[in-house]
Design a protein around this ligand. Structure first.
Ligand SMILES: *[C@@H]1O[C@H](CO)[C@@H](O)[C@H](O)[C@H]1NC(C)=O
Ligand SMILES: *[C@@H]1O[C@H](CO)[C@@H](O)[C@H](O)[C@H]1NC(C)=O
Length: 283
């Protein structure tokens, strides 16, 4: 049984790498951002998805599953490591969504336009661009992997539009911000390493003439390790509505059930179904 599980895990890693559109096939740098090196399983991946190892200044920073149809991330997965550093004041896009032969490093549109002699219309075919977000009153560029959960240059790397969803200002600067800054700080006490997956459920509305989906919900789940053993997990979800400014805290299993209903593609497992304090004592 254990052998079978290991085999499945290896197969899952191969699928993650082998079928990817933007991940390099020959190295294995991205799974480090997932608990037990295991991406979420089950019905979370849309048909038209791209797996992005987020590279900035030639280093891997976090990972994103990107929904090319809705032009928003499904989720970003990262390790929680808040620390000093500046907010970045511009926005990146992902060159390899435009053309897999392009550079791995995220970059600003203007630099890509100059380097590859293309125009912004071509970039916009594959992903959301800066202009999509500029005419959207009341909506912020909501980070899935937030700048505040990273340190130094890793903060800068979160300013890529493949990590961004249209998020109502009240929520982004209110209850969701409190969850990111206060709840996460409190809950991660005693954790050596905390793996986080933060995602968005596509909604009915969009910005920029239907180009970029406004998610109906934003959710997050965390897995806390102490001395390399999982000791606890927690989760949260918020409706992304103009008049709503509320984050509901829930346990990991409740979130997985809720997401299965919301995505409607069957069961979903985060953290390989094994991030609980209980299981740590029954290996
Ligand atoms: C952008 O480039 C594409 C492909 O070369 C071309 O077909 C299109 O006309 C260009 N658009 C503009 C606005 O220049
Ligand atoms: C989205 O569409 C579904 C089905 O048409 C509907 O049931 C639901 O109420 C809509 N949600 C919002 C937020 O408009």
């Amino acid at each position: 049984m254990l052998g079978l599980l290991l085999l499945l895990q290896v197969l899952a890693s191969c699928l993650w790498l082998g079928h990817s559109e933007v991940v390099n096939n020959f190295i294995n740098p991205c799974v480090q951002f997932f608990y037990a090196q295991t991406p979420p399983g089950g019905g979370i991946r849309p048909v038209n998805a791209a797996r992005i190892c987020q590279v900035y200044q030639n280093q891997y920073r976090f990972v994103t599953l990107y929904d090319r149809t809705n032009r928003i991330p499904v989720y970003s997965a990262y390790i929680y490591q808040p620390g000093p550093g500046n907010r970045y004041n511009s926005w990146f896009v992902e060159p390899q969504l435009i053309n897999q032969k392009y550079r791995k490093d995220m970059d600003e549109e203007i630099a890509i336009i100059q380097q590859y002699k293309i125009n912004s219309t071509v970039i916009a075919q594959s992903q959301a661009i800066d202009k999509d977000y500029s005419g959207a009153p009341g909506l912020d560029r909501g980070h899935l992997c937030p700048s505040g959960h990273q340190t130094g240059i890793d903060k800068t790397a979160t300013f890529t539009l493949t990590n961004i969803v249209p998020q109502y200002m009240g929520l982004n600067q209110g209850a969701w911000h409190d969850y990111e800054e206060i709840t996460m700080r409190d809950k991660t006490r005693g954790c050596d390493t905390t793996y986080v997956i933060t995602g968005a459920v596509p909604g009915n509305r969009s910005i920029s003439n239907g180009r970029v989906n406004i998610p109906s919900h934003i959710w997050s789940a965390a897995c806390c390790l102490n001395r390399r053993k999982p000791i606890k997990a927690w989760a949260a979800i918020a409706e992304n509505q103009i008049e709503r400014n509320h984050v509901r805290n829930l346990d990991l299993g409740e979130l997985e059930n809720r997401l299965a209903t919301l995505y409607g593609r069957g069961g979903i497992t985060l953290f390989r179904n094994s991030c609980t304090g209980k299981e740590a004592s029954h290996p």
